[in-house]
Design a binder for this molecule. Structure first.
Ligand SMILES: *Cc1c(COP(=O)(O)O)cnc(C)c1O
Length: 364
């Protein structure tokens, strides 16, 4: 066990939050900044809450190196609403959108686009139950397309893009829900990035949208108020009452990332964390089998199987008894999944490695 009875939390989402963040929220809960109220009890139109919002957005811009060419929005409805909002705003009549299918979440995004307009597959890894990321040279899209959509990390299957396509004039749109802020990226390659907060950014209830101003100019003007990005840009993400506590928590998580040394330091740590578990899989002589092909492996979600479903059940039961949480694989892959998001400490990954080795010795 970790400090203060903290579990080894490998939940896929909602997932682990940094302990110092929880402690700070706890300390400030009843009396936020001497106001005699919690942050949940103040008006979202107040100066005090404005400061929370502005600080959160400024920190995200700083940590990701987001330029003035972009708007940063904090919205509701999860990444799932973005599956719809992206085509509703940008898939205009007469245009086509291209979707790269690398897992269940990209399939869901594709389904929404097809309900709005014309969308087609850029590439698909479905033939292997999504064990790999297609080669950049295999992506099909046209220079006249409305956009190309990718899912940078496939939470369920445990694959992750290692590099991103240069799409020229075609706007590149990415669902980064499960790997945002886990590695340095060049935001300038993207026209729109969206991410539900509950993996790397904070609690559920808030969704980050980073959108380039030149894409916004091309948006459909006849969109229902709440579904239009323009509404949220014009109202500073506060057209209606936002999830104020989730904004505040996200701000604390971003402060924590900055205190750690920023995204570069977090990335190095994530490489070490993932290596502990992948090396154990690779050194197990086939006792543990990774789902993802090695060149497509995710740093965030490590998916693996054991020799039989019976052995997997035993592994999961013993892991649970040993204090590990969230290691069950998603039903579409089976087996096991360890989600080692930013807030999961290296000690938890080391403990999982030790447990995996011990389990293999007893059952191999
Ligand atoms: C979790 C997840 C989603 C779904 O997010 P919601 O906020 O629940 O809508 C979408 N895409 C990816 C890649 C995810 O990991």
């Amino acid at each position: 066990m970790l400090a203060s009875k903290r579990a080894y939390n490998f939940n896929a989402g909602p997932s682990a939050l940094p302990l110092p963040v929880l402690e700070k929220a706890q300390a400030e809960l009843v009396d936020f900044k001497g106001l005699g109220m919690s942050v949940m009890e103040i008006s979202h139109r107040s100066k005090d809450f404005d400061a929370v919002y502005n600080q959160t957005v400024a920190l995200l811009k700083e940590l990701m190196g987001i330029s003035e060419n972009y708007e940063v929005l904090l919205l509701q409805g999860g990444a799932s609403l973005q599956f719809a909002m992206v085509p509703i705003n940008f898939l205009l009549p007469g245009k086509k959108a291209s979707y790269c299918l690398t897992g269940s979440w990209s399939e869901k995004a594709f389904k929404e686009a097809k309900m709005v307009g014309e969308a087609y597959e850029a590439a698909s890894a479905k033939d292997t139950n999504y064990t790999y990321i297609p080669a950049l040279s295999d992506l099909k899209y046209d220079q006249s397309d409305a956009y190309l959509h990718i899912t940078t990390n496939n939470t369920i299957f445990g694959t992750e893009w290692q590099e991103y396509p240069d799409t020229g004039n075609v706007p590149l749109i990415a669902d980064m829900s499960s790997d945002i802020l886990s590695r340095p990226i060049d935001v300038n390659k993207f026209s729109l990035i969206y991410a539900g907060a509950q993996k790397n950014l904070g609690p559920s209830g808030v969704t980050v949208v980073i959108v380039r101003k030149d894409l916004l100019e091309k948006a459909n003007k006849k969109v229902l108020t709440m579904l239009s990005y323009d509404t949220h840009v014009k109202n500073g993400s506060m057209f209606n009452t936002p999830p104020t506590f989730a904004f505040y928590m996200m701000g604390l998580v971003l402060e924590w990332v900055k205190e750690q040394g920023g995204v570069d330091v977090i990335y190095k740590r994530n490489l070490e964390k993932a290596a502990l578990i992948y090396d154990t899989i690779d050194a197990s002589g086939g006792f543990y089998k990774g789902h993802a092909q090695p060149d497509s492996r995710s740093l965030m979600n490590i998916t693996f199987r054991l020799g039989s479903e019976e052995l997997e059940k035993k592994f999961l039961a013993e892991a649970k008894a040993a204090g590990f949480v969230g290691l069950n694989g998603h039903r579409s892959v089976g087996g096991c999944r360890a989600s080692a998001y930013n807030a999961v400490p290296i000690e938890a990954c080391q403990a999982l490695k030790d447990f995996m080795i011990k389990f293999q010795k007893a059952n191999g």
